[in-house]
Design a protein around this ligand. Structure first.
Ligand code: C2E
Ligand code: MG
Ligand code: MG
Length: 758
């Protein structure tokens, strides 16, 4: 084939293959376990990670809560000490003033360093009328403070003790200050005024705030029991003194690490509340939830990112594996030539369908085999064979469409699965339809080829069957169809019955028996004389028998047909040839007559065996003149048109061996064939002899045959001569050779009327 036509052929084949594949339903085995497996692993990963994340969050929160509690404890101590220090100054000034109001001089104390910016931002003495008496602030304005709450409280209540005011813009200091105040009494206990020690509100929280302990988003607050927010620091900004009212922090009172939304900066914080034991003051410590959970959130992010990456990788991996497995499965389940499901996929599908429907007579199988496909392959070449298979696949695929599964399970073997409530009827109708498909010839390279098919049908109705059993049944039925269809060159279908299995079993047994018979040399020969009409021995025909170990001696009719169909005939034939030649050699040595030896040769010895080699070897080994050997062949051999058989026949004739057409008249050969055939003689079947001379037609036929063979120079033996009458009738032809029970039945070599060496 040239490159161009090879390319075209390939393209055509590919087109057909694509069309076939497109027309075929493809049951594919589920690969769902792959994503399911991946999902399971993902679920396991996440169900390990999520509780872990949750636990870490809980741990972190607990830690933050514990930290706020610790800080609250420390801060409350700090505030206690700070208030105590401020009160010490207040109490000392009160004491000094009350001891000697007239000599009390704040400026002097200030100069002596007893009052400094370290101890208080400002110390002020307010008189009973609210006027500032003395103050540590330089050049202070003269103001009246009688409206201030602390003034009013001390004025009204001699027992008020230390009073802490809310941050106010000092009228004297002109700064936002926190005021620690106590009442000044005259010696008689009457109201003398108020001593005010002012502090920067931030002073309360600044001294405690540190980034290390509170972080960037921490919060400190000091709240007085009378409802003032004394100092507040939230994050980096100082909120006091203009922060929200203390009431905004009301819900945090009593908190122990709970999370609150800060009313000032709206940050969420873990907050702990603690009240000072010795002062009417409470503290709040807050740790920013964001800061506290930052490490946890980082870890959580890491966990989630890792788990997501693993999940995505798993899913991607599962997808890739699924695609790859799908492709591999496709390859493993597809016939590479036609693209149809292959044997593997068929048996898998069949098993599943059988399990699904049960032996309910709802499932059947058509086993389709092309007749003589081997011949097409051998004569037209494998590429044409492939193209034919594709065309067949295409026709079948178009017919079955997506209704039935169509598979190619071997060289020229296709299977269709049928499912129906009336499956027997449907399968038989489908088989008819398939046969009809093959009525149309297949056109390849401009030539038309009519192909016959043999179809076996097997219905699933026996619970004991499995997919392979059903295939075997369909196969047996197909062979039964072939047996009847192939010789007549017609397509046939046959439905499986148990008798077919029995026959198959018998065949297997017979196969075994024959094999043993060959090994154990159970075959032996009898010889039937071929005589002239006066009874003189002219030759012998070797006839094989089988001494069966249990059945006794079997005649050829009981084993030759099977030996031919099973191929054993080649070995049996070679034994007969060798044994007969060996016996013949002995007789030749002693008997002076020019006898002939006739041996039956099966067609298979011409096709499968090498009859030429076997014959020449025997002639040489036993030194037999070739023209003394007559090979009796059937007309299948002489009418065979194959080059191999023709060459072998010719080779034998060239070697001098005579070829005799056996059983003439029983087959299809006509008289005219005799003229064209390359044979040396004819044996007329006993079918004609039987009715001679009673039946006119047989007598006339025999008369013509004798004339014809004589004219053509062919030898002639009349078989089946059984009576004196037949001999007398035959004697009219003069020198005719005969074989029959009248003269002798087949006998052992020893019983032959042969002259033997003394
Ligand atoms: P065949 O070659 O036509 O052999 C003659 C058969 O006719 C023999 O049967 C023989 O016993 C039988 N016969 C001969 N004279 C008479 C008669 O007067 N009346 C009747 N009724 N029968 C007669 P056999 O031995 O049973 O052989 C049957 C066939 O088996 C042979 O027919 C031959 O075709 C085949 N055969 C025998 N031996 C061999 C062998 O070694 N190789 C092959 N391939 N075929 C063999
Ligand atoms: Mg014969
Ligand atoms: Mg015969």
């Amino acid at each position: 084939m040239s490159d161009v036509s090879a390319g075209k052929f390939k393209a055509r084949v590919n087109r057909l293959r694509t069309r076939v594949a497109a027309a075929v339903p493809r049951p594919s085995r589920s690969l769902a376990w792959i994503p399911a497996g991946a999902l399971t692993i993902i679920v396991v990963i996440w169900s390990a990670i999520l509780p872990r994340i949750h636990a870490e969050r809980q741990d972190t929160r607990n830690l933050a809560v514990a930290e706020t509690e610790q800080l609250a404890s420390a801060f409350s101590q700090h505030i206690g000490k700070t208030v105590h220090d401020a009160d010490a100054v207040v109490s000392w000034v009160k004491y000094e003033y009350e001891r000697s109001p007239s000599t009390f001089d704040l400026a002097a104390y200030q100069r002596q360093g007893l009052i400094s910016a370290d101890t208080a931002l400002q110390v002020t003495l307010i008189g009973a009328n609210g006027e500032v008496l003395q103050t540590t602030t330089q050049n202070a304005k003269q103001v009246n403070l009688s409206d201030r709450p602390h003034f009013l409280i001390h004025q009204a209540n001699p027992e008020a003790g230390l009073y802490i005011s809310q941050p106010v813009l000092g009228r004297v200091s002109n700064q936002w200050t926190l005021q620690f105040t106590r009442r000044l009494n005259n010696s008689d206990g009457s109201f003398a005024g108020v001593v005010v020690v002012s502090e920067d509100p931030d002073f309360l929280t600044d001294g405690f705030y540190s980034l290390d302990s509170l972080g960037r988003g921490g919060m400190l607050a000091v709240i007085s029991d009378n409802g003032y927010l004394l100092s507040l620091r939230a994050g980096q900004s100082r909120a006091s003194p203009v922060g929200p009212p203390a009431a905004a922090y009301r819900e945090m009172v009593g908190a122990k690490g709970g999370v609150f939304d800060d009313p000032l900066d709206h940050q969420r914080r873990f907050v702990t509340y603690r009240h000072l034991s010795q002062y009417p003051v409470a503290v709040l410590v807050g740790l920013s939830e964001r800061d506290a959970l930052a490490t946890y959130r980082h870890a959580k992010m890491l966990y989630i990112v890792m788990a997501t990456i693993v999940s995505v990788l798993l899913l991607a991996g599962a997808y890739i594996i699924m695609v790859m497995m799908g492709k591999l499965q496709g390859l493993a389940e597809t016939d590479s030539l036609t693209g149809l499901p292959n044997r593997h996929l068929l048996t898998q599908t069949l098993r599943r369908r059988m399990e699904a429907v049960g032996p309910s007579k709802r499932l059947a199988m058509l086993y389709i085999d092309l007749d003589n496909f081997k011949k097409i392959n051998d004569t037209l070449g494998h590429k044409m064979g492939d193209e034919l298979l594709l065309k067949v696949a295409h026709r079948l695929a178009e017919m079955t469409r997506c209704e039935q599964l169509l598979a190619r399970i071997g060289g020229d073997e296709f299977v269709i699965l049928v499912e129906d409530t009336e499956v027997t009827r449907k399968a038989s109708a489908l088989a008819d339809a398939v046969i009809k498909l093959f009525d149309r010839p297949f056109v390849m390279r401009g030539n038309s080829y009519l192909i016959c098919v043999s179809i076996g049908i097997a219905v699933y109705k026996d619970a004991g069957d499995n997919e392979f059993g059903l295939l075997t049944q369909a196969d047996l039925a197909m062979y039964a169809a072939k047996e009847t269809g192939k010789p007549a060159n017609v397509s046939q279908h046959c439905t499986y019955t148990p008798a077919l299995s029995e026959r198959a079993l018998q065949d297997i047994e017979r196969h075994q028996e024959l094999q043993c018979a060959i090994i154990n040399r159970e075959f032996f020969l009898e010889y039937q004389p071929i005589v002239s009409l006066d009874g003189e021995l002219r030759g012998v025909e070797a006839l094989v028998r089988w001494r069966h170990p249990t059945k006794g001696v079997l005649l050829p009719a009981e084993f030759i047909p099977f030996a031919e169909s099973s191929g054993f005939i080649v070995q049996i034939g070679e034994f007969v040839l060798d044994q007969a030649c060996q016996d013949f050699r002995e007789w030749q040595d002693a008997d002076p007559r020019q006898l002939t030896l006739s041996i039956n040769v099966s067609p298979m010895q011409f096709t499968t065996g090498n009859v030429v080699h076997a014959v020449t070897r025997c002639l040489n080994d036993y030194m037999i003149e070739p023209d003394r050997l007559q090979l009796e062949v059937t007309e299948t051999v002489v009418l065979d048109e194959s080059a191999l058989v023709r060459t072998r026949l010719e080779a034998l004739r060239r070697a001098g061996v005579k070829i005799v057409l056996d059983d003439f008249g029983t087959g299809y050969s006509s008289l005219s064939n005799l003229v064209n055939l390359s044979i040396d003689g004819v044996k007329i079947d006993r079918y004609f002899t039987r009715d001679v001379p009673a039946k006119k037609a047989s007598s006339a036929m025999l008369t013509h045959l004798v004339g014809l063979t004589r004219d053509l120079g062919l030898s002639l033996v009349v078989e089946g001569v059984e009576t004196q009458q037949q001999v007398e009738w035959l004697s009219r032809f003069g020198n005719v050779m005969a074989q029959g029970f009248y003269f002798s039945k087949p006998v052992s070599a020893a019983a032959l009327p042969i002259v033997r060496a003394a």
